[in-house]
Design a protein around this ligand. Structure first.
Ligand code: SAM
Length: 246
């Protein structure tokens, strides 16, 4: 598998993903998405281990997913209700699924895993083609903060877990491409484990332009799933796009 393979992030992180990301506002996200989706159907791009899809499905929302990583999807399938969710294996830039959806969501900065502007625009266009007449496209992503980098690099201690385990984040930034190549590195007495994360980040304004190219427009944008206002110090944004009508 090549470094750029869409599956490589998920295949490497699947075993620790649910344990690492317990701090995310999953219930806020599920409330927000369920309210917008109605009975669905919903399509989640990069459905992963089902963090959002399973609670949405438990609420009676029809949920479908796309993912490139067999290892992530195997985790979802192993959970209660995981066998009921239709999942298409593939690259979500191409969005090769049948049907139209009342809501398409791509959360937790997963949109940024598409590493070129061309793939990101293609994803927007394909999402627009799969929205029902009043369908909504929801993106949750970090607000880029390039001040994190010193001479386009960063090494930080993300966790000192115990006397014998630390987690580091090591990253390099290319501002000309808006790309960050990072590794989460776990160092323990058992050895060293590397978890690569490669993204092309996008500012909210560029997302809005991509929406325009796809025939969509911004309907609402918040600083969190709980509809806190977006401010200059927001770390995350939740952006909701609808069809542009004249
Ligand atoms: C950060 S995880 C998010 C999982 C889940 N949505 C959540 O919020 O917990 C990103 C997921 O997107 C998948 N993924 C990344 N790039 C992809 C691509 N180009 N096509 C399909 N799936 C992709 C990964 O395999 C992984 O399961």
């Amino acid at each position: 598998m090549s470094d750029n393979d869409a599956a490589s992030y998920g295949d490497k992180i699947a075993d620790v993903y649910d344990e690492w990301y317990t701090q995310l506002d999953t219930s806020g996200a599920v409330d927000f998405l369920a309210e917008l989706a109605g009975p669905g159907p919903v399509l989640e791009l990069g459905i992963g281990t089902g963090r959002l899809a399973l609670p949405l499905s438990e609420r009676g929302v029809e949920v479908h997913g796309i993912d490139a990583s067999e290892a992530m999807v195997a985790k979802l399938r192993g959970k209660p209700g995981g066998d009921r969710i239709p999942i298409t294996m593939g690259d979500f830039a191409d969005l090769e699924v049948e049907g139209r959806f009342s809501l398409i969501a791509v959360v937790f900065s997963t949109f940024f895993s598409l590493r070129s502007q061309e793939e990101q625009v293609r994803c927007f266009r394909n999402a627009a083609l799969h929205l029902s007449e009043d369908g909504l496209f929801v993106i949750e992503a970090f607000v880029p903060d390039v001040s994190r980098f010193d001479r386009q690099q960063r090494v930080s201690a993300s966790k000192v877990k115990s006397d014998d385990e630390v987690m580091l984040e090591v990253s390099q930034h290319d501002p000309t491409q808006q790309r960050v190549d990072a590794h989460h590195i776990v160092v323990s007495e058992a050895g060293i484990k590397m978890y690569p994360v490669k993204v092309r980040y996008v500012y909210p304004a560029e997302l809005d332009l991509m929406a325009q190219l796809a025939g969509l427009r911004l309907r609402e944008r918040w600083g969190s799933w709980r509809r806190e206002p977006l401010t200059a110090s927001s770390i995350w944004h939740v952006s909701v796009y609808e069809r542009a009508r004249s």
